[in-house]
Design a protein around this ligand. Structure first.
Ligand code: SF4
Ligand code: SF4
Length: 130
């Protein structure tokens, strides 16, 4: 049975896209152009389920600088900036536990559905929320 399934699989198209898409070589750019022209079909990612815990989102305007999020964060992903009384979140350290979201008294933090976070530089803009 497994052999039969394997043979069938050989004649099917791949079910996955190259990942992370933003770092693939130029050929990927060509691939995306072909997708735009409708020449090839991109396999869409699955929908994120309700309550999905993606990257932490931060509403700076709402933040009152109480530092509760920083104190509760188990992975020390949050830095307090004394000059501005605002915070900075390093997603490369974040464990997506949502404790900061729960403790924030003014709802300045939330778990977004952003999950495309693969990066080669842990300090890249993509991985810092401020
Ligand atoms: S989700 Fe958890 S690990 Fe990530 S910043 Fe908030 S408290 Fe820290
Ligand atoms: S808990 Fe909320 S209000 Fe307090 S510093 Fe963190 S984000 Fe700002």
């Amino acid at each position: 049975m497994i052999v039969l399934r394997l043979i069938k699989q050989l004649f099917k198209n791949p079910f996955t896209n190259k990942f992370p898409a933003k770092y693939t070589p130029t050929s990927m750019t060509e691939f995306l152009k072909d997708v735009e022209k409708g020449k090839v079909k991109m396999i869409p990612p699955i929908e994120t389920p309700p309550q999905f815990r993606g990257a932490v989102a931060y509403d700076k305007e709402k933040c009152i600088g109480c530092q509760l999020c920083m104190r509760i964060c188990p992975s020390r992903s949050i830095e307090f900036i004394p000059e501005t009384k605002k915070i900075k979140i390093y997603l490369s350290r974040c464990t997506f536990c949502s404790q900061c979201v729960e403790i924030c008294p003014v709802d300045a933090l939330s778990m977004s559905d952003k999950w495309l976070l693969a990066d080669t530089n842990k300090y890249s803009k993509n991985l810092i929320v401020e």
